[in-house]
Each structure stands twice: as structure tokens, then as C-alpha cells.
Design a protein around this ligand. Structure first.
Ligand SMILES: Nc1ncnc2c1ncn2[C@@H]1O[C@@H]2COP(=O)(O)O[C@H]2[C@H]1O
Ligand SMILES: [Fe+2]
Length: 275
């Protein structure tokens, strides 16, 4: 928990971060989730990112990397990430199995750091909102105290906060029952730290960009199946898998862009009623 990743970017006034989320990989590469082969869609996303040829300083993976708790699924995730030279950090989602996740990713050379210092001006903090065995999220006392300590000891750093579960309603009521249950406690901590202006989530398999008490809350498409926005009941979307770029500037501003595959190859089985 205490390991720190220190990115010193000599002279650069912009840092570029790539977010990949909710890859839902399996031990067997031929397995599918709701009709989508999650290994193939993950590979297609990584290839499309490489084709963009954008310099990248850091990759962040915001949970639900594996669907089946297997070490092999995390090894497959790492095999994909090895295409890139940038370091990668991760946090768990509701589907992850942290013992396998931690050791398989560590063995593959992926850092377990939950704090990243970027130059002198920014930090990224990664929270664990998993409540093992259920889809909703909650931040433990330990997580909230850890966050408060990290924010207190560097109050001047612009902070991007990462967690799997969304702290605000997404507009899909079936998903909002699976949100971060104690968002009020998170808000109580954050209200003392005005340098935390950006939060970044996974979990909802769709793009979101909302204001949360003066902070910008972003969520990002999955690399596999997508959920349709503004639906009361479980509804899959036919839009393509995606990823997000975030550019962090020295003055504390953030520019971001969601990209998606051009291919329509990864359409889910829209008659599915859940998983
Ligand atoms: N039909 C459904 N109704 C409500 N929740 C569901 C349904 N199907 C799946 N879920 C849960 O909702 C979660 C949303 O995204 P996850 O990938 O975390 O995993 C999903 C499941 O745990
Ligand atoms: Fe999730």
C-alpha cells in the first residue's frame, strides 16, 4: 500500500495518462462475456491505441480487469500492457480477486503503487472501493484515512483521484444501485482539499462527465461490453469498446478525450439480461 511511483518528467509541462478499464478477461482467451470475446476486444483496443502513436507517460487500469478470478486472466492483462513502455498502475473493481491480481500483476512487473507523484505538481491516488462479493462499492475507514493522510502531506499537489465505483448517480438506475455507497464520507474528506478537482472511475461501461460539488467526475467505456446510458433496467449498448486519454498540465488543468474502436466487430448479444 505504501509503495510510491515517482514519475520525473524533466522539463515537460504536460503529462499524458491513458485509462483502460473493465477488460473482464478470462483464463481462457476464447471465452466471451455477453457474446463479446473480451481478450479480442482488449487486443483490438490496445492495437488502436498503438496506432494513434501518442506519447504516453502512464497507464491507469481502473478495475474489473478479470471476470473469473484467475491468475491467468491477470497474466493476459499484463501481456497486453507489455506492448507499451509506459508504467502501469491499477486498482480493483467488484469483479477482481485481489490475491491473484496483486501477485500475477506484480510477477509481470506491474507496480502495485497506489500513489503516483508526477513531477512536482501532480499526484494520482488510487482507491480500493471493492466490497468483496457484491457489485456496489464502499470506501473503508482505512481507505478514507489513507486518502486524508496523502492529501494532507502534499496539499499543494493537483490531485487526480481514481476509484472503480461512481460516487454520483450515472443516470442508469440499475447501475446506480451498484454505486459507491458512502460517497458522502468521501465528499467530507475531499471538501478540505480543493486541489482534488478530478475523479476518474470505471464500472459503468459508458462515458460520463459530470460536476460533483465543483469537481469533475469522469467515467470511461469498457474495453469489452458497453451499457446504454439513461436506462432503468439492464440494457447493453451497441457502441464500440473504448479508452480515455487525460492530459494533465502544470497549472492544474486537465484535458481529456474518449476514443472508441471504429470496428463494429464487438457488438454484444443485446438479448442478454445480465451476468
Ligand atoms: N441484470 C442485472 N441487473 C442488475 N445488476 C446486474 C445485472 N447484470 C449484471 N449486474 C451487475 O451489475 C454490474 C455492473 O458492472 P460490473 O461489470 O461491475 O458487473 C455487473 C454485475 O455485477
Ligand atoms: Fe464493475
Amino acid at each position: 500500500m505504501e509503495s510510491l511511483l515517482n514519475l520525473s518528467l524533466a522539463g515537460e509541462s504536460r503529462v499524458r495518462v491513458l485509462q483502460i478499464t473493465d477488460s473482464h478477461l478470462f483464463a481462457e482467451k476464447h471465452e466471451t462475456l455477453l457474446g463479446v470475446n473480451t481478450w479480442e476486444s482488449y487486443q483490438a483496443v490496445l492495437e488502436a491505441i498503438q496506432a494513434q502513436q501518442r506519447p504516453c507517460d502512464l497507464i491507469v487500469a481502473t478495475g474489473d480487469l478479470a471476470q473469473d478470478h484467475s491468475a491467468a486472466a491477470y497474466q493476459h492483462f499484463a501481456e497486453g500492457i507489455a506492448r507499451f513502455s509506459a508504467p502501469c498502475v491499477w486498482l480493483p473493481g467488484n469483479h477482481d480477486f485481489q490475491p491473484a491480481m496483486y501477485s500475477a500483476l506484480q510477477d509481470a512487473g506491474i507496480s502495485p503503487a497506489k500513489r503516483v507523484f508526477i513531477g512536482e505538481r501532480w499526484q494520482i491516488l488510487l482507491l480500493d472501493s471493492q466490497v468483496f462479493g457484491v457489485p456496489h462499492g464502499e470506501l473503508s475507514e482505512f481507505q478514507l484515512e489513507w486518502l486524508e493522510n496523502k492529501l494532507s502531506d502534499s496539499p499543494d499537489r493537483h490531485t487526480l483521484l481514481l476509484l472503480h465505483h461512481h460516487p454520483l448517480p450515472s443516470g442508469c438506475s440499475w447501475l446506480d444501485q451498484h454505486s459507491l455507497r458512502n460517497a458522502g464520507e468521501l465528499n467530507n474528506v475531499l471538501q478540505h482539499f480543493p486541489k482534488v478537482r478530478y475523479l476518474l472511475c470505471g464500472h459503468i461501461h459508458q462515458e460520463l462527465d459530470l460536476d460533483w460539488n465543483g469537481r469533475r467526475l469522469l467515467a470511461t467505456p469498457s474495453t469489452c461490453v458497453q451499457f446504454k446510458p439513461h436506462c432503468a433496467n439492464f440494457t447493453l449498448d451497441t457502441v464500440a469498446p473504448g479508452w480515455r486519454w487525460l492530459d494533465l498540465y502544470d497549472d492544474g488543468t486537465l484535458h481529456t478525450e474518449v476514443c472508441r474502436l471504429e470496428s463494429t466487430q464487438f457488438r454484444p448479444d443485446t438479448a442478454s439480461e445480465g451476468y
